[in-house]
Design a protein around this ligand. Sequence first.
Ligand code: CUA
Length: 336
Amino acid sequence: MACMLIGLTTAIAQSDSTVHEVANMFEPKSTPAEMIHEISLLVLLICGVIFVIVTTLLVYTVLRFRRRGSGDDHEEPPQVYGSTQIELAWTVLPILITVVLILVTARTIGEIQDAEMPADALNIRVVGHQWWWEVHYPDYDFVTANEIHIPLSSATERRVTHVALESADVIHSFWVPQLNGKTDLVPNRTNHLWLEPTSTGTYLGNCAEYCGTQHANMQLRVIVHPPDEFAEWVRTQQAAPTVDPAVARGYDTFVSNSCVNCHTVNGTVADGVFGPDLTKLMTRQTIGAGVAPNDTANLRSWVRDPQVLKPGALMPDMKLLDSEVDDIVAYLQTLK
Ligand code: CUA
């Protein structure tokens, strides 16, 4: 067991990939995730030792005391009752082991939860919805969805992101395994977590608390940039949108339908808050909270009838004409 764990740790130390398409919790890339990883290896080690001892004793007993011979003698083995020493040993020892596990785990939880946030920490607010993530950047005054961009933290320039978690409907859970543990988003309550990524790249996450039909498609991406690239992304998000005259018909169709009751596009009459903010839709890699890549075919399918890609999604089939779908998609593709 110990050898296996050491082997695992070495493999982790050697890996240096920047695309993290597999959300492997044994490959932490953020300070709190590293703290959790450390404690989980200790817990695994203790449990592994217990497993080996119990299994060895069990196998030994089964083999050593198995029934021998013809099997005709129904003689009972000696019946032993009550040994205070043995009973004390198998009661006290597990209690002590459990207490040790509780104490080390509680210490790590405390260290992560009570960590002092630096004064220059980036603040973001994430609101869980059935079934997507609303992401506010109050420091910069814009809103996006499903993809969270944050700066890289390094030894020379520490950059911590503080995340406030809320819910608009039911309980969800924020989990990006390589960046931190799970934290629930609970209605009428604000929870907190922090991220301090030590490696750039795209990190995958998912809602980790069953929240209805499309729980599995409530996916999340955290994209970690070097600080200057992050500043560039912020400028893109803040830039005022303009309506390209070439897609004026799509814009008119968009604002004259009930799209505007649920979606916001800055600088237009669309100011709904039930669905994702579309102001910079085309800067996002996926649509429908990770359900499909953000390309023309999928966008068209989504606008035509969201229930095809994501059955149960709260956006209904708007019964648009084919030409209206084309016009709206052409307009949406200018939102960048
Ligand atoms: Cu949100 Cu599961």
